[in-house]
Design a protein around this ligand. Structure first.
Ligand SMILES: [Zn+2]
Length: 87
């Protein structure tokens, strides 16, 4: 998989949303540091959040070719996750 920003090599990493201590898998560009999550990774992450805060909702949105996740009431999380392209 190549980076949509710089065409560098994307590598699988495990990152963590520090404020919630929620680990997640993502792809990180070894050249520019861009981080992306794909559908499967996004789903796993949203499942974790659903367990963590049962009353909250996770929203998946598709804007054109881009996939984005918006987790209600968690602006930090939304900022942490970049929009994924070209999956
Ligand atoms: Zn890159």
């Amino acid at each position: 998989m190549e980076c949509p920003i710089c065409k560098g090599k994307m590598e699988k990493i495990v990152d963590e949303i520090k404020q919630d201590k929620v680990g997640f898998e993502a792809f990180k560009c070894s050249s520019c540091g861009e981080e992306l999550v794909n559908m499967k990774q996004l789903k796993e992450l949203s499942d974790k959040y659903r367990e963590l805060r049962k009353s909250k909702e996770t929203i998946f949105a598709k804007w054109g070719n881009s996939l984005a996740v918006r987790i209600l009431c968690y602006p930090e999380t939304a900022r942490h996750l970049k929009t994924a392209r070209h999956f």
